[in-house]
Design a protein around this ligand. Structure first.
Ligand code: FAD
Length: 312
């Protein structure tokens, strides 16, 4: 992650400011506020602002005139109840705003989450930086043989080196052509005074998908947890998963009781279908059940055995 001296100064200045307020603040999140948390080779997330805390969830659930909180254990119990029974609207009372720097191909997956407010860096208005995501060699894997959306074994060293060379060379070449088409130097002056230069909104189509973009992304806690449950999952692509995992750490700092309930009832929990439950009941009764007569397909059977920690 590279930040210019000017950007570092701006972050420092923001961190030095403070204001008295009657609103709820969370010291653990205040400590993280504005600080970039590095993700991938040039990306980051940083918390820009937030509203509410665990107590705000409780307060809304009790539709209270005051803080609405009781003993810590009672409040945590209520939050766990809400999470367990998918009584989700109290979690929508908290909001958080992130600044995210991410490769364009990750942004394409991310933008599918429609319940956030997004404002992206405009490549019609500004020139995109010469920064590309190039995976670490241990993340360069072959196509998975059994999962069309996944990765298999890591590439051998020679093939990985060749892939890295192609990725870097293509990204640099496309960016060089982008700048050439714009005909604009870093100071904004034309590179060639004889040429008009192509509009930014057109020249950008030449950039590779690993070019970094940036956005401000604001979402309420309920929808953030939905995003995190999908994108921290092992089925999500590594490059978006690492962003979700970094955000999960900010959620832990911000709303620790909600985080614990989310971990227990969503992240680390397993849902069994009705046929799975029937199999579970037979297994608990001491019956030997095999996949062909279980009523489950091979894949569902394997998933259930994995959840139970048994051989398929
Ligand atoms: C591992 C993985 C693989 C994926 N693979 C693909 C793929 O191959 N191709 C592809 O196109 N996408 C793919 N996706 C994207 C996925 O289908 C969803 O678009 C994405 O995860 C956003 O989920 P969401 O709609 O629940 O979230 P949000 O957009 O945040 O919506 C949250 C919830 O709000 C409700 N909602 C929001 N908008 C509407 C609406 N207009 N109508 C009805 N209900 C609405 C729904 O209940 C929804 O669950 C993949 C996602 C994951 C995690």
């Amino acid at each position: 992650m590279h930040l210019t001296d000017e950007q570092k100064d701006e972050i420092e200045a923001a961190r030095e400011r403070s204001a008295p307020t009657r609103r709820a603040t969370v010291p653990a999140l205040e400590a993280l506020l504005y600080q970039p948390i590095a993700v991938l080779d040039h990306g980051f997330i940083r918390v820009i602002d937030y509203m509410g805390d665990d107590a705000a969830v409780v307060q809304a659930a009790r539709v209270s005139y005051g803080s609405g909180t009781r003993r810590v254990s009672e409040d945590a119990g209520l939050i766990r109840y809400l999470m367990r029974h998918r009584h989700t609207t109290p979690f929508e009372m908290c909001e958080i705003k992130f600044h995210v720097k991410l490769p364009i191909f990750v942004a394409r997956q991310w933008i599918r989450h429609r319940t956030a407010n997004v404002n992206e860096y405009s490549a019609r208005y500004s020139i995109l930086d010469r920064e590309f995501y190039v995976p670490a060699p241990e993340h360069l894997a072959a196509q998975s043989a059994d999962n069309r959306q996944g990765r298999g074994a890591v590439l051998a060293a020679a093939e990985a080196a060749a892939v890295l060379e192609l990725l870097a060379a293509d990204a640099v070449r496309c960016h060089e052509h982008y700048v050439a088409m714009l005909n604009e130097g870093p100071d904004g002056a034309p590179l060639d005074p004889e040429r008009q230069g192509l509009a930014r909104e057109l020249a950008r189509m030449n950039l590779t998908l690993n070019t970094y973009t940036q956005w401000y992304w604001k979402i309420d806690l309920h929808n953030l947890l939905h995003f995190l449950s999908l994108r921290t999952d092992a089925h999500a692509q590594y490059e978006i998963r690492v962003y979700a995992e970094a955000m999960l750490q900010t959620v832990r700092a911000w709303v620790p009781a909600t985080f614990a309930a989310f971990r227990d009832y969503r992240l680390d929990a397993v849902t069994f279908s009705a046929p799975m439950l029937a199999v579970l009941r037979r297994l608990l009764a001491g019956e030997a059940v095999a996949q062909p007569e279980s009523g489950l397909g091979r894949r569902e059977w394997a998933e259930m055995m994995a959840a139970l920690g048994r051989d398929p």
